[in-house]
Design a protein around this ligand. Structure first.
Ligand code: NI
Length: 378
């Protein structure tokens, strides 16, 4: 019965996706489901997103479970009967699944509320896709008093019934950059009268590729991708300006700062070599999701007790703003197997709904174990 309820909740969310910071109806739907179950909603004055609590009758520690609730600006192409009703918007990252499953954990814990030896705070977080929501939640005060936080992302390449658990770096720091190269415009036939921003930009793109290969240890990993170049106005004019942007993915704070340092040196050095100037604007994204090893045993024991098979996983170069919580308090993020056919953010992305109930059971079990561990160590 709970399984059917969670499927219906997930489909309702899937039919009605809302983008980051616009999750007003999603928030109201979640509020409705929580209130219907008699679960306490706590007001932290978030514009979108909602916080709820179960337990606390006996005092005790507070643990948090986080679900993200936002969708993406993608036109859905799944052909599913419950495909998005909203053109150009889609739950293509499975945050509808996260929300439904973690709501399921709240419903399960509500049934056992009298026995809970602490409080489980449920964070239904907005704006993960823009990497802004976790910061808003932290600013709202909703993390105060919380001693450990847990969350998940669905993982299409893992089958339902498996869970990827890994201490340390699990997902990448996802930073962006914008480079502006300034040269001097001139007639295309008289290049010696100007400074060619396109030639300079081309050499910058090439030189940046040496950072990962020459400045990062072969035992570490990183990605630098220049993904866009804008320059020029006509076929016979040498362009005075070029804008390049892209992303940098890293798993280690030291590698991240080393790349930043080298990045600026390479860009400046190449620009000078060609007589141009260049500026770099850094768009700092979330840091790397870094799982606290002191919580790993709990996450494995919870998996074993609900019948999930624990599998080894490689880190993902995608970013995830759950990392901001882990900068504040110990946290652990897991990958839940959902037997998907497409990767995250694909227009035909889908999850196997058989993963819903077991995920709910997992987070309910994990919450109780975390409270127990905190009581033992207090
Ligand atoms: Ni996602």
């Amino acid at each position: 019965m709970l399984e059917q309820q969670l499927i219906e909740i997930r489909r309702h969310l899937h039919l009605n996706p809302e983008l980051s910071h616009e999750e007003f109806e999603t928030t109201e739907s979640i509020r409705g489901w929580l209130e219907e179950a008699g679960i306490k909603v706590v007001d932290y004055s978030l514009a979108t997103g909602i916080i709820a609590e179960v337990g606390g009758h006996h005092g005790g520690p507070i643990v948090a479970i986080r679900a993200d609730i936002d969708a993406l600006p993608i036109q859905e192409e799944t052909g599913l009967p419950y495909a998005s009703l909203i053109p150009g918007k889609m739950h293509a990252c499975g945050h509808d699944f996260h929300t439904a499953a973690i709501l399921g954990a709240a419903l399960l814990l509500k049934q056992r509320e009298q026995e809970l030896k602490g409080t489980v705070r449920f964070i239904f977080q907005p704006a993960e896709e823009k990497a802004k929501g976790a910061k808003l939640v932290i600013q709202s005060g909703a993390l105060e008093g919380v001693q450990a936080i847990f969350g998940m992302h669905n993982k299409p390449d893992l089958p339902v019934g498996t869970i990827g658990i890994k201490s340390g770096a699990l997902m990448a720091a996802a930073d962006g950059f914008v480079i502006e190269v300034k040269g001097v415009g001139t007639h295309a036939a008289v290049p010696e009268a100007g400074i060619d921003s396109i030639v300079t930009a081309a050499h910058i793109v090439t030189a940046l590729q040496s950072i990962v290969s020459r400045n990062v240890s072969s035992l570490q990993s990183a990605v630098i991708s220049v993904t866009r170049i804008h320059s020029g106005t006509a076929w016979n004019v040498i362009s005075d300006k070029a804008i390049l942007d892209g992303t940098i993915r890293t798993f280690d704070d030291k590698v991240r700062s080393r790349i930043l340092e080298r990045f600026k040196q390479v860009v400046d050095g190449v620009a000078i070599a060609y007589g141009a100037t260049a500026s770099v604007k850094w768009i700092a994204g979330p840091p790397s999701v870094h799982n606290d090893s002191s919580l790993e045993r709990l996450t494995i024991e919870a998996a074993n007790s609900v019948g999930l098979e624990v599998v080894a996983v490689a880190p993902s170069p995608a970013g995830e703003d759950f990392a901001f919580y882990q900068k504040e308090i110990p946290g652990f993020f897991v990958f839940m197997g959902t037997s998907g056919r497409q990767e995250w953010h694909h227009p035909a992305f889908d999850i196997d709904e058989r993963a819903l109930l077991i995920s709910a059971q997992y987070f309910a079990n994990l919450s109780e174990r975390a409270i127990h561990q905190l009581l033992m160590t207090d």
